[in-house]
Ligand binder design. Structure first.
Ligand code: SF4
Length: 162
C-alpha cells in the first residue's frame, strides 16, 4: 500500500523495478494500492478504482486510461496536472463521505455531474461494459477521454535493483 509515497523519483524507480522483477521471477501477482496514477499507468496490468470503500470500475490498464467510464474515474484522470500541455486542471467538487455516512444509492452521487433520479434509489453494481471492463454506474460515459499526458517514471533497468 503506497510503498513509494514520499520517496524521491530515483528511489521510487528502483523499488518499482524490483517489484516488476520479483513478480516475473517468482511467477506471482501483486496488488499495488496507490493514489499515484502515473505509477499505476506504468506498473500494472489491471486497475480497480475504488470510491468510498467500493470498487466502481475495473479494467485493463489500457482500457481504463483510454476509455474511463465511471464519472469518478474520469474526474481522477482530469485532475492530473499536465505539465506539457496547457490544459485547465479540473478538480472534483465536494468531498468523499466520512466513514459510516455513505449516501443512499450511489456513494458518488452528491459529487456526480451525471446524477439522475435513479442514482439515489439503490447502489449500482458492477456491470460489464466490454470483456474485462466493468463499471458500477447507471449512466457511464461511452466516449474516450482526451489523451492525458502522465509524466513517465524514471527509467531503471529491471534486471538490477541496486
Ligand atoms: S450511478 Fe449516477 S450518481 Fe453514481 S456515478 Fe453513475 S451517474 Fe453518477
Amino acid at each position: 500500500d503506497e510503498p513509494t509515497t514520499a520517496l524521491d523519483v530515483t528511489t521510487q524507480a528502483h523499488i518499482l523495478a524490483t517489484l516488476r522483477r520479483l513478480c516475473k521471477s517468482q511467477g506471482v501477482a501483486a496488488v499495488y494500492v496507490s493514489h499515484d496514477l502515473a505509477v499505476i499507468k506504468d506498473l500494472v496490468d489491471r486497475v480497480m478504482v475504488m470510491y468510498a470503500g467500493r470498487i466502481v470500475e475495473t479494467a485493463t490498464r489500457d482500457a481504463l486510461f483510454s476509455r474511463p467510464s465511471h464519472p469518478y474515474t474520469r474526474g481522477l484522470l482530469a485532475a492530473i496536472p499536465d505539465v506539457a500541455g496547457r490544459r485547465e486542471l479540473r478538480a472534483i467538487g465536494g468531498h468523499a463521505p466520512a466513514p459510516g455516512q455513505r449516501p443512499q444509492g450511489c456513494g458518488f452521487g452528491p459529487r456526480c455531474e451525471r446524477f439522475r433520479a435513479g442514482c439515489s434509489q439503490q447502489e449500482p453494481l458492477l456491470q460489464p461494459l466490454s470483456p474485462g471492463h466493468e463499471v458500477a454506474c447507471l449512466a457511464p460515459h461511452g466516449q474516450p477521454l482526451q489523451r492525458i499526458a502522465l509524466a513517465p517514471i524514471a527509467a531503471v533497468d529491471a534486471r538490477t535493483d541496486k
